[in-house]
Design a protein around this ligand. Structure first.
Ligand SMILES: Nc1nc2c(ncn2[C@@H]2O[C@H](COP(=O)(O)OP(=O)(O)O)[C@@H](O)[C@H]2O)c(=O)[nH]1
Ligand SMILES: [Mg+2]
Length: 347
């Protein structure tokens, strides 16, 4: 996931404040009486220290994603990794601290302005720094939590949930990667998927001049029975249902993939019942499949649902893939654009 802000530790913040504070020195030649000179210096120092702290804290409070406004795909993945209540509490506390900084600063400015001796000014400085130190020390558990959370968020796959998305499923070796390669306009990118050693392979292509479509291959995820998954893996897979505008399910009717037709069809049934997205079935490897193998696959798929769109393809040379994309564009991409336009004109 992109755009996750840097989260400083409590110690870093404190060191930062002290660094900013004491790096500032008097600029004016010393014609002023000592107390005014020191007053001006300290006012600059508290102002800069306040600015540093405010920027650092509000960068975290405003920069970390708000769970409620995230796309459900990301929200579900995040809630698998971090505790929602602690996350919200931590962000709220850091946000609140930015207000406390303002008040500590105001008090310091008042004390420095009304000071009559150097000693009073130094006391005001000590008081300011002590309060800042208490504040950042008090934030330690929250900053530690948010720092760990930021690392996890950065590790989330970098995909655009706003794009029309084709999720590719099917048993291993049926031709999923080949399909994604056939339809992608550039080499698919690999994104790490949390909690598993799995990856998402994300390709893109453009239709209708400038509509970007995303195609995601899920090696090791949507390629074996969901019943074999542990809870976390299952939820990570199911988060994909928020992304999938359509599912392309690939079947290898030959014995080459090593998975019997029956198992492949069982997986198709499972994927259909777990995902609400429209499914399109590809019977692949027709360059080597016999007529009997192809008809057996067709019959089995039709038994599941007679109305499923089925395409015969050969992803090894991309044969038939164009028809699949045309079908998706005509039946799913264009209607979605029309619907979006309709929604917009209602506003
Ligand atoms: N004969 C033939 N082999 C294919 C076809 N599509 C894929 N393959 C082969 O099947 C194997 C698995 O393909 P791959 O795309 O990696 O499948 P995945 O595991 O589902 O991603 C590879 O050796 C491909 O060359 C096809 O249309 N015809
Ligand atoms: Mg593959």
């Amino acid at each position: 996931m992109r755009g996750i802000p840097y989260v400083p530790t409590s110690e870093e913040l404190w060191n930062g404040v002290v660094g900013v504070y004491f790096s500032l020195q008097s600029r004016s030649p010393s014609v002023e009486p000592g107390v005014d000179r020191l007053r001006r210096l300290e006012l600059r120092r508290v102002r800069e220290a306040r600015k540093y702290l405010f920027d650092a804290l509000s960068g975290v409070a405003m920069g970390m994603p708000f769970l409620d406004s995230l796309h459900p795909f990301y929200r579900e993945l995040i809630e698998l990794m971090i505790d929602r209540a602690t996350y919200k509490h931590s962000l709220a506390k850091v946000g609140h601290a930015t207000k406390a900084v303002a008040s500590i600063y105001r008090d310091a400015v008042m004390a420095i302005r009304s000071a009559t001796t150097n000693m009073d000014i130094i006391k005001a400085r000590r008081n300011f720094l002590a309060r800042v130190k208490d504040l950042v020390t008090d934030l330690k558990p929250e900053l530690d939590f948010l720092k760990a959370a930021a690392v996890k968020l950065e590790g989330l796959p970098d995909i655009d949930p706003g794009l029309f998305t084709i999720v590719v499923a099917g048993m291993p070796n049926v031709g999923k990667s080949s399909f994604v390669r056939c339809v992608s306009s550039s080499k698919p990118k690999v994104a790490e998927y949390p909690f598993t050693t799995r990856e998402l392979h994300v390709g893109h292509f453009t239709v209708l001049n400038d509509v970007k479509v995303q195609v995601i291959d899920t090696p090791g995820l949507l390629d074996r029975p969901l019943s074999e998954r542990n809870r976390i893996e299952l939820q990570a897979i199911l988060a994909l249902r928020h992304l999938a505008s359509v599912i392309v399910f690939i079947i290898d009717p030959t014995h080459h993939s090593g998975y019997p037709l029956g198992e492949q069809v069982d997986l198709l049934r499972e994927v259909r019942s777990s995902f609400n997205s429209p499914t399109i079935v590809l019977i692949n490897k027709i360059d080597i499949a016999s007529d009997t193998e192809v008809s057996a696959a067709l019959d089995n798929v039709k038994l599941i649902d007679n109305s499923l769109p089925i395409f015969r393809v050969s992803t090894i040379n991309c044969g038939g893939c164009r028809d699949v994309i045309d079908h998706i564009v005509d039946n799913h991409v264009i209607p979605r654009i029309k619907e979006a336009l309709r929604q917009r004109s209602k506003l």
